[in-house]
Design a binder for this molecule. Sequence first.
Ligand SMILES: [Ca+2]
Ligand SMILES: [Ca+2]
Ligand SMILES: [Ca+2]
Length: 158
Amino acid sequence: MKHLISKVAILAIILLLPSLGMGFPNLPLVDPPLKNKIGWNLKGNGLLYVSFDLDRNGRADYHTVHFVIKTYLTGEPLKQLPGFYKGAPVFYVNYGPANQIYVISKKALFYAFDVNEDGTWDLMYKDVNEDGVNGNETFYESPSNMFSVPSQYAENLN
Ligand SMILES: [Ca+2]
Ligand SMILES: [Ca+2]
Ligand SMILES: [Ca+2]
């Protein structure tokens, strides 16, 4: 009888586990071409966020965060932009006769998943080397707290 009770207890624990918060997902990072973006946003912290819709359902689910290397206002036509940015992407906002130019880092500093597409990021990875997705990215945080921090990463956060 005692044996049966412990079996039931173990089963109950197993059944309850999924409701105790999601485990750490193994979502593969990707580096989608900037031309596939569905939007972008310059943040007050000087970083430029680019949004993607990887599953093409019309809602953003993935974001890359880039440094703004240089920004300036110019009245020159966009096609005459200087070519000395070594292929760094250029974003702009048109203000009538002038354009505000934002030159951003070619590769992202952060990659972020918004798994449930509610606008709050669920899983962020940092790529300190900004060398694209190549396996050296590290878990940064789960802004929505959807995912618990895996113990093997927790000590790196201090
Ligand atoms: Ca989507
Ligand atoms: Ca979310
Ligand atoms: Ca990398």
